[in-house]
Design a binder for this molecule. Structure first.
Ligand code: FES
Length: 150
């Protein structure tokens, strides 16, 4: 009688151990299959009117906070060459400024520098300034920016 109870307990513990290891494994497998089957959704973006071309003279720069709350900086390098970047430094989040004489974006916090394409020139920033797609339509400057999480 006691050997039957002992065998039942062993079977129960063996089944419990199996369940404890198999169920989480099935969960991981199911999540991997779902990731494979559900298509990747890129972050949502919106095109917003940033400014008027006539308000951004050639060789000038302007900081903006768009209607979605993104902190941006625009530079106009030519008649139709307008570039828009995040104005938040990729090092520790200070705000960069455009320096016309040096033709760079400068972060005063730790002397980070970025070129006119947003690439790091010097200093500690680990990544370029995020850049955003610009579309000119007449005098309007539109930019496509990521939507903020609610
Ligand atoms: S925060 Fe910009 S260089 Fe450190």
């Amino acid at each position: 009688m006691s050997t039957t109870a002992s065998k039942d307990r062993r079977d129960f513990l063996a089944n419990l151990a199996l369940a404890v290891t198999v169920i989480p494994g099935l969960g991981v497998l199911a999540s991997q299959i779902l990731r494979y089957l559900v298509p990747y959704e890129p972050p949502k973006t919106s095109e917003v009117l940033l400014t008027r071309l006539s308000q951004l003279p050639i060789h000038s720069s302007k900081p903006f906070k768009d209607v979605l709350g993104n902190e941006l900086i625009a530079i106009r390098l030519g008649e139709e060459d307008v570039r828009v970047f995040s104005s938040i430094c990729t090092h520790l989040g200070c705000r960069v400024e455009w320096r016309q004489t040096e033709k760079d974006f400068f972060c005063p916090c730790h002397l980070g520098r970025f070129d006119t394409s947003g690439q790091v020139v010097s200093g500690p920033p680990p990544a370029p300034l995020p850049s955003y797609e610009v579309r000119l339509e007449g005098d309007n400057v539109f930019v496509t920016v990521p939507e903020k999480e609610a």
